[in-house]
Design a protein around this ligand. Structure first.
Ligand SMILES: NC(=O)c1ccc[n+]([C@@H]2O[C@H](COP(=O)([O-])OP(=O)(O)OC[C@H]3O[C@@H](n4cnc5c(N)ncnc54)[C@H](O)[C@@H]3O)[C@@H](O)[C@H]2O)c1
Length: 331
């Protein structure tokens, strides 16, 4: 019998998931990938130069979990001024592997925030020192609250320090952290954040390094979230050369992640990468082994993170009767 198709808007989805559950789903997805039990063809790009736009297509499948889907991300830079729309629009289509039917079309921004936070959370759990107490966040935009939410579930945090080019945004994220009972404040400089934190998140679209090697100290863990395209870089290459570097996926990271600039100019290569996070999540390699090491996680975002998180949100939406349902699309 034909399945129904559920449509879920951003407001339908908001609040459907708990970060502690998404951390488990994303860790499982990484583990499945590490064991070779996922399919995730490279991101495909469609260009619309006449509209200053590009569309990214990210398909992914987790056969053991009977979950598949495709995320579509449009980046149209004229949208805010010309059309009153955000620059970035993302849509996820969930496919039922047994019949190939689409079972859900949802706004992708909430799932992206949750799964990107969860990737940082899983990496922090596996790579940060267990006694890390201070989280630093540089870049307090859309992703910031999800990053905070994930890290506070994997560490016994005491303090959060935030820096953003827009002071108001840093203050708002610090206020959110205080709402969780943490000591938190906005810092005027990135240097103050880096020098004082145990775990750092960089979540900016910067194309020149913000974090300097001379600010680093022993035992730190860095989650580099912001780099998403060739030419983007948030931390100095010298940090990578002396750190234990873990990427989510070598192909994606070397083309678009934090390591892409040093790889393209010959300052860094695959021999400098300790592991892909899926290998550690699958138990094939250990995480942090040395309390003094600096660890870096370069996350570009894997389609399997979207698939597993979106299916979890879809299941909750089904239970709660959220969204709009279309009967039998193909009849
Ligand atoms: N790795 C992944 O899986 C993944 C997923 C989603 C988004 N991203 C990337 O993460 C970045 C952040 O995403 P977002 O949705 O939060 O964007 P956003 O535009 O909402 O927020 C970015 C924030 O960074 C701040 N910023 C910019 N340059 C800065 C600097 N030099 N110092 C301090 N703050 C600075 C901005 O003021 C802004 O508040 C983007 O580059 C995005 O493409 C990565």
């Amino acid at each position: 019998m034909a399945r129904q198709l559920r449509l879920l808007s951003a407001s339908d989805l908001n609040g459907t998931l708990r970060m502690q559950d998404v951390l488990q789903h994303v860790e499982r997805a990484f583990g499945e990938r590490g064991l070779g039990r996922s399919e995730m063809p490279a991101k495909t790009y469609l260009h619309f130069p006449q509209h200053d736009g590009v569309l990214l297509v990210m398909p992914g499948s987790l056969p053991q979990m009977e979950q598949a889907g495709v995320k579509l991300i449009s980046v149209h830079t004229r949208n805010p001024v010309v059309h009153g729309l955000p620059t970035l629009l993302s849509t996820i289509v969930l496919i039922s592997p047994d019949t190939g039917e689409p079972v859900c079309i949802m706004d992708g921004s909430y799932v992206t925030g949750m799964r990107t936070g969860a990737a940082t959370g899983v990496a922090t759990k596996l790579l940060a020192r267990k006694d890390s107490r201070v989280l630093g966040i540089i870049g307090a935009g859309f992703e910031g609250p999800f990053q905070l939410e994930a890290v506070r579930h994997v560490l016994q945090l005491e303090k959060v320090l935030v820096n953003d080019l827009i002071a108001e945004k840093a203050k708002n994220l610090a206020a959110l952290a205080r709402g969780f009972g943490l000591s938190a404040r906005a810092c005027e400089t990135a240097e103050e954040v880096v020098r004082s934190c145990d775990v750092l998140v960089t979540a900016t679209p910067s194309d020149r390094p913000i974090v300097k090697d001379e600010w680093m100290h022993e035992g730190m863990h860095l989650n580099c979230v912001g780099s998403y395209a060739a030419g983007k870089q948030e931390i100095e290459s010298a940090i990578l050369r002396r750190a234990m570097v873990v990427v989510d996926d070598w192909e994606q990271a070397s083309h678009a992640g934090e390591i892409n600039v040093p790889v393209s100019n010959g300052e860094f290569d695959r021999s400098g990468v300790y592991a892909e996070l899926p290998e550690i999540a699958a138990g094939l390699k250990p995480g942090r082994m040395d309390d003094a090491a600096i660890t870096v996680f370069d996350t570009t975002g894997l389609a399997v993170q979207d698939v597993v998180t979106a299916w979890a949100a879809f299941r909750v939406a089904e239970e709660r009767g959220l969204g709009t349902v279309i009967d039998a699309l193909f009849r």
